[in-house]
Design a protein around this ligand. Structure first.
Ligand SMILES: [Zn+2]
Length: 111
């Protein structure tokens, strides 16, 4: 299997997983959405964090991944991945925030 095929398969698997997550949480039964979110949301956040670790700034404030090309052409600019993230989540800003309940569900109560 070539690198291109592996890359395409991994990329498609990631998008299928994300699409499934959105579908279950937005259109699924509330019980399934809650169970799925509790199980999958930490996994998705871990994946996003792992991606963003690659986009950490260096000592000069350049993103290590987005800083490519000849040194004399490099300009200070936002990390493209971080910028894409903020643009993508911005469209959801008009949704009401979800506040944590003041009480815990019985299965979440401290023992
Ligand atoms: Zn970056």
């Amino acid at each position: 299997m070539t690198n291109e095929v592996v890359f395409v398969n991994l990329r498609e698997a990631m998008f299928r997983r994300l699409d499934r997550a959105v579908d279950i949480v937005t259109r699924g039964h509330q019980r399934d959405a809650i169970a799925f979110a509790r199980r999958e949301l930490p996994r998705l956040v871990a994946g996003l964090r792992a991606l963003m670790v690659l986009h950490a700034p260096d000592a000069e404030g350049y993103c290590r991944e987005c800083r490519r090309g000849r040194w004399w052409r490099r300009q200070h600019s936002p990390c493209l991945a971080l910028l894409a993230y903020h643009i993508a989540v911005k469209e959801f800003d008009d949704q009401p925030p979800v506040e944590p309940a003041k009480h815990r569900a019985p299965d979440q109560a401290d023992a």
